[in-house]
Design a protein around this ligand. Structure first.
Ligand code: DAH
Length: 355
């Protein structure tokens, strides 16, 4: 009997201490585990003389209940304490001022691509994309570029393998090929994207941006090409009148080919597009060469059309008064916060939602 009392007192005093859940669990095992102090007392009931047995069992049950009760109260206490401590630590002071967050800017080149895409989409062009890593066939051969053409030279093109089968596309024109191989005519697409050439100075970067245009249908002629480019330039520079000049040129993938210059003048140190007697070259274009159409299995007795390629960085520099191309690609955050655009700025010529 005194043994039972001892166990009770010993644990009552132990449970008064500051305990962890692990310690309490250890006590539980010590008392009620398979060979625990209380469990073994139950097992020994049979060896107690019959006259004492009933009283012993009553006491044993009382002590068992009492200790179990105390243990579960203690566990509750510990859990409540933990929750309170957590609440105390994680208290939110709603009266504190909000933390300012840095808002990014849209890069002028991305903004310009959005503007170009929305202008062309107004007159029915859809946007296509192609990979930066191209094969030689799409980039040159299918575009009617002869084997000995200087553009294929190592000095201009970044080849990715010794056999010169893979390269970084040197222009967006291969997207013409991809589009025409994938679908059936008519085609009316633009394809903006990154292009690469081994070139670097104030006006050339090894990576730059172009937008390709392609319109193939049954009766498309050079008049449509002129009308389309005239509309685009006016919309892009937000002017009513534009001076435009088509200069005969040569590209393997067009016949006839032309380069387009726009008129400008410098007023108060700033470039003004559409006036003046100076000329600025901004794009290459022409009627798609029949060889190109044949390479993509378009029937040249039914279909013909025009294509053009515009340097996007050049346009962005002109429109936004940026004079060093390299600044575009230097990732200088101060430059970007000055020349960049807020994400919610809708291009001025974007009328898609209001019409
Ligand atoms: N691909 C030419 C270049 O990178 C630009 C170009 C010229 C594209 C005439 C065309 C085109 O589609 O018809 O210089």
């Amino acid at each position: 009997m005194s043994d039972l009392k001892n166990i009770r007192e010993q644990f009552l005093s132990k449970l008064k201490n500051d305990l962890s859940i692990e310690e309490i669990n250890n006590f539980k095992t010590e008392l009620f585990g398979k060979n625990g102090l209380i469990s073994s007392k139950f097992k020994s009931l049979g060896s107690i003389p019959e006259i004492d047995r009933k009283q012993f069992a009553t006491n044993l049950n009382q002590i068992k209940d009492e200790l179990q009760n105390l243990i579960s109260i203690k566990i509750d206490e510990i859990n409540t304490k933990k929750i309170n401590e957590k609440l105390e630590k994680e208290k939110v002071d709603v009266s504190l001022p909000g933390r300012p967050f840095a808002r990014g800017k849209i890069h002028p080149v991305s903004q310009t691509i959005d503007e170009i895409s929305s202008i062309f989409s107004e007159i029915g062009f859809s946007v296509e994309e192609g990979p930066d890593v191209e094969n030689e066939y799409n980039n040159f051969t299918a575009l009617n570029t002869p084997d000995n053409h200087p553009a294929r030279d190592m000095h201009d093109t970044f080849y990715l393998d010794e056999r010169k089968e893979l390269l970084l596309r040197t222009h967006t024109s291969p997207v013409q090929i991809r589009t025409m191989l994938k679908d059936k005519p008519p085609f009316k697409i633009i394809a903006p994207g990154r292009t690469y050439r081994s070139d670097s100075d104030q006006t050339h970067a090894p990576m730059f941006h172009q937008v390709e245009g392609l319109h193939i249908d049954k009766n498309i002629n050079m008049g449509h090409l002129k009308g389309c480019l005239n509309y685009f330039i006016k919309e892009f520079f937000e002017v009513d009148k534009i001076k435009m000049r088509f200069r005969p040129s040569h590209f393997p993938f067009t016949e006839p080919s032309a380069e387009v210059d726009i008129g400008y003048e410098i007023k108060d140190g700033k470039i003004v597009i559409g006036e003046g007697d100076k000329w600025l070259e901004i794009l290459g274009c022409g009627m798609v060469h029949p060889n190109v159409l044949r390479n993509v299995r378009v029937d040249t007795s039914i279909y013909q059309g025009y294509a053009f390629g515009i340097g996007i960085d050049r346009l962005a520099m002109l429109k936004y008064g940026i004079n060093d191309l390299r600044a575009f690609f230097e990732c200088d955050y101060r430059w970007l916060s000055h020349f960049g655009f807020d994400p919610l700025d809708v291009p001025t010529n974007y009328r898609g939602l209001s019409r």
